[in-house]
Design a protein around this ligand. Sequence first.
Ligand code: NAP
Length: 249
Amino acid sequence: MNGIAFVQGASRGLGLALTRQLLAEPAGHRVFASCREPTRATELGALAAEYPDRLCLVEIDVTREETISAAAEELGQQVDRLHLVINVAGVLHGPGFAPEKKLDHVDPRALRAVFEVNAFGPLLVAKHLHRFLRHGERSIFASLSARIGSISDNRLGGWYAYRGSKAAQNMFTKTLSIELGRVAPRAIVVGLHPGTVDTDLSKPFQSNVPKAQLLSPHRSAASLLSVLDGLSHEDTGKVFDFRGEEISP
Ligand SMILES: NC(=O)c1ccc[n+]([C@@H]2O[C@H](COP(=O)([O-])OP(=O)(O)OC[C@H]3O[C@@H](n4cnc5c(N)ncnc54)[C@H](OP(=O)(O)O)[C@@H]3O)[C@@H](O)[C@H]2O)c1
């Protein structure tokens, strides 16, 4: 896979690993990578110094739509198309909130915070970037989802905000695939489950995960990029795991 890529949420974890990998591929992507505070994203800054001609950092906080439209504007001054957009940003826990074990823990502020990033974020990015995908070349718009966003796979319950936000994200993915399919027939829109990956997001929950099942960000990113490589147009609107297996809605 090569071309021009946009990684949204690249400061750490999977976003950083995906950015690093896209730059290291022999074909060599040109990459735009966004994060909330580019000047404080040390590792991403070091990558930008390593690849000054191929990596450009832009600021996006998905909870502030004006930052997404400004980033699109900045992008438009440099390129007229993208071949790959990956929405990575996601939250599971944060200051003052954690996944709900039971109904009594449900808190509207946490629901709003999680939905804003996980569900509204990729949709607003699509709103401002879709014009870069309306070309005749193959392109992919992918959002990192999670297996627990599958309604049919929900056996344990709990985690209301995270589950609900990822299920909503998956519905937005499907809906977007239909609209983009009309105007950009070679665009493929998918959700991706990265596996259980050793990042800040999963840290508090790793004690229940067998060691062999915990993927490094590097390994997960490599698998996800190879899944994206193998996608065909019949796959648009669907969600796949890091092994390329489809996850039922
Ligand atoms: N790790 C796993 O096991 C796992 C499993 C299933 C799905 N996922 C999904 O994979 C994605 C990446 O997760 P990760 O494990 O890499 O998590 P992570 O290490 O916690 O990184 C989360 C990323 O999201 C960014 N972010 C948070 N709020 C944002 C906002 N308002 N605007 C823009 N960026 C924001 C963070 O930026 P800052 O540095 O600025 O905070 C950071 O770059 C998420 O969508 C997650 O739901 C992960």
